[in-house]
Design a protein around this ligand. Sequence first.
Ligand SMILES: [Zn+2]
Length: 319
Amino acid sequence: MTASQFVKALEDEGVDVKEYRSWRTHNRNHKGAWGNVNGVVIHHTAGVNSLALCYDGMAGLPGPLCHTHLAKSGLATMVGHGRANHAGTFPANAFNAMLNESSTHPRPSGAETVDANARTYGIEIENLGNGRDFYPQKQYDAAVRWAAAICRFHGWTEHSVIGHKEGTTRKIDPKGPIGNAGGPQFDMNQFRKDVAARLKKDEAPSKPTPAPKPKPKPAAPAKPTVDLSNLIAAARRDPGLKQGGTTHPADVKLVEAALQKEGLLSAAYAKDGSFGTLTRTAYAAWQRRCGYTGSAADGIPGKASLEKLGTKRGFKVKA
Ligand SMILES: [Zn+2]
């Protein structure tokens, strides 16, 4: 996402955001591309008053050292946009679990072959990381909102979020108690649950609100199913038919409705069941939102992007 989209996504999620120096153009892109991005990495600073350090970096490790610095107060300060020196390299097993949004995140093992700086967003949460310094609840909640804002923008689930210690055995962050010195230790599984709870809110509130008590929900109605092969056939054939031609209208209508809810397709075209040029264009925009570019964002649905849309907008995918 662009720098402006990043700020808006955070503010829409209720994060208190401040912009620092030339963060919008501060990055390591001259050392390699940033993107496609596939996930979010959580760090602690292992220090105090680390904002300038996060921006400038240090000898042998130039800044930015993250995208956002998060103070104890919960204030999120933007320090970089683009490639940042925060994650280093990950072994493929840890990276792929994040990429594929696996429900479990295995212990990292094997050669560190993945350039995670090119593929992830990073936040540095101010904390000594000695296991005793605690994350005030406001700071922890802001970190959850920060991660949820990025996932919401890209259409990711909570399983695109990992702790640095889950990406590499070289690191221990994030570490430390939550809320007070005797609070529970920072647990990435719990953090992901908290991100998931935020993502369930259909629209982000404009202001922080206290976390609501979970209410028991009535059993959800069975979800409708979209057949991926039907959808691909429609996306290939419908644009060449005369206006409004339909190959698999039932599958297409479900996807059009989801694209409309995403704000990518106008209501006038959202119920025609035709995967015409406008629907192709809208689907391509969804693919870009998922982090795809070039021919991977050509508007012909793929399994991963369709499943993300379905997870978010209430249909199942038969592939
Ligand atoms: Zn770290």
